[in-house]
Ligand binder design. Structure first.
Ligand SMILES: Cc1cc2nc3c(=O)[nH]c(=O)nc-3n(C[C@H](O)[C@H](O)[C@H](O)COP(=O)(O)O)c2cc1C
Length: 464
């Protein structure tokens, strides 16, 4: 039967397509071309990072660093020194970040409110980390000496968030005793220094002082924030949301799934370093920064979107609430009201998870969601074996206020070897526990492959 919730849990709705509940529904648009209108923030609270850009040749590389931070799900506020603006225009960063770039301590407003804004304190209190890349010798000196002469140096003093600096400068400036002493001071204070590399420098000299690579800098930020990169190398395909089965051009049968659970998994997986593809039924939530977002509507469209991407996925997590049945026929014209009763004949939809399980590659990890009310562990283990999958996440459907259409959930994660009960918590926390299971299953898979002498490469799944 269906891959996610039992039929008893699905609440079928006669819903008119004109209602605003599903914001990106457009019956006329072909699948894959439906625009995702951004209706609200993603499920997990985004990491907030202030990116300070200072006046060095490498300032242009901050654009790539900004992009990579966004790929990891971070919300970035760029702060530029005056010197930095001589190298790159703030517009570049404003366009990439979608936010105004902070360029001045005083915003130049005249009148009675001039200078009354305390933006540096607001930013200082809201960020999870301050990254300065590239960091000039001058800015490092300001930080070390506690000089608050511009927005960035004032922000450094005002924030209690962790600070990471990636210096870049001429080799003599880097080796100068003054610079090295400033760096020692900062290190002692707990500032993380991403050491520059050696090689040809823009000034024509050879030696240390070249900005570290953007991915190394972003890695250092993630490590500092305690975001484990334990899913790096995995390509994770996540399904989310409900499916809608058309009755006629304006009506459908759907369910109450909000998509929040699948979106939380997608977002948490991005943060942990995975490449994520999200195949989603219609929802009202803002997709996270996935590598590919595929909006679908019906179970058949979801099946087709998943099957075509399956060979490239090292992990599949099916959190969507897929309809188990659909109307056998879809009326080509709107069914008109008549006095008599209306009977809809239903037929089963595709069992996507069973199909994937039957065609899986040896190295792939498959996880499904289900709602069970009785003999939970026994039934779930039965499904694991019958569908050839690795884990089932069973929703606790006994408590009101969790599960469907809620920000919270309580689940049991069942594998062939064990079961883990996750007490009621946010869907983002539940998502992290599901991903911990992926990491455990991968480790077990690797060690059994090593024991049998075969090698596993995540990049290319080989057929069994
Ligand atoms: C073309 C040019 C390139 C520069 N490159 C660097 C550099 O890579 N690293 C550095 O520390 N200073 C560099 N400087 C010097 C800084 O721009 C200068 O010290 C400035 O005051 C830094 O201000 P800020 O730290 O507020 O951005 C460069 C200056 C010029 C004119």
């Amino acid at each position: 039967m269906g891959v996610s919730r039992s039929r008893a849990q699905e609440i079928y709705l006669w819903r008119n397509r004109s209602c605003g509940y599903y914001p990106f529904l457009d019956a006329s648009a072909p699948v894959g071309l439906v625009p995702a209108r951004r209706a609200s923030a993603p499920v997990g609270a985004a990491m907030k990072i202030a990116l300070g850009v200072t006046g060095g040749i490498a300032a242009y590389k901050a654009a790539e660093i900004l992009r990579q931070l966004q790929d990891r799900g971070a919300e970035v506020q760029v702060v530029m020194t005056r010197a930095a603006q001589e190298f790159v225009r703030p517009l570049t960063f404003a366009a990439l970040s979608g936010k105004n770039v902070i360029t001045e301590m005083f915003d130049g407003t005249s009148g009675p409110n001039a200078g009354s804004s305390v933006e540096h304190i607001g930013v200082a209190q809201s960020i999870d980390a301050l990254l300065v890349a590239p960091a000039t010798a001058d800015t490092l000196a300001k930080f070390a000496n506690g000089t608050a002469s511009d927005f960035l140096s004032t922000l450094y003093l005002a924030t209690t968030a962790p600070v990471i600096v990636a210096p870049a400068m001429n080799v003599n400036m880097w080796q100068h005793e003054a610079t090295q002493r400033n760096l020692d001071t900062l290190r002692r204070r707990g500032v993380r220094i991403v050491e520059p590399g050696s090689g040809y420098l823009a000034c024509g000299m050879i030696g240390a002082g070249r900005l570290a690579e953007p991915d190394q800098i972003v890695e250092a930020v993630m490590e500092t924030l305690g975001v484990a990169q334990d899913l790096k190398g995995e390509s994770i395909l996540v399904t989310a949301g409900p499916t809608l089965e058309p009755i006629d051009p304006v009506r459908f049968i759907g369910n109450r799934s909000s998509g929040k659970m699948g979106y939380a998994i997608a977002e948490a997986a991005i943060r942990r370093g995975a490449r994520v593809t999200l195949v989603s039924g219609p929802t009202a939530i803002n997709p996270p920064a996935v590598a590919e977002f595929v909006p679908v509507e019906t179970t058949q469209q979801m099946r087709d979107a998943v099957v075509v991407r399956f060979p490239d996925a090292s992990v599949v997590i099916k959190a969507a609430a897929v309809a188990d049945y659909r109307p056998r026929q879809t009326a080509s014209r709107k069914i008109k009201r008549a006095g008599n009763a209306l009977t809809l004949e239903m037929e089963p939809t595709a069992d996507i998870l069973a199909e994937l399980g039957a065609h899986r590659f040896e190295k792939q990890i498959l996880i499904g969601f289900a709602a069970e009310t009785e003999n939970v562990i026994e039934n779930a283990r039965g499904k694991l074996a019958a569908k050839h999958i690795d884990a089932i996440v069973v929703n606790d459907v006994s408590k009101p206020g969790i599960g469907f259409n809620s920000d919270r959930n309580a689940v049991t994660i069942i594998t062939a070897e064990d079961s883990l009960q996750v007490a009621e918590s946010s869907k983002f926390d539940v998502a992290q526990r599901v991903l911990d299971t992926v990491v455990r299953l991968r480790a077990a898979r690797l060690s059994s492959a090593q024991a049998s002498g075969s090698s596993i490469q995540l990049e290319k799944a080989e057929n069994k």
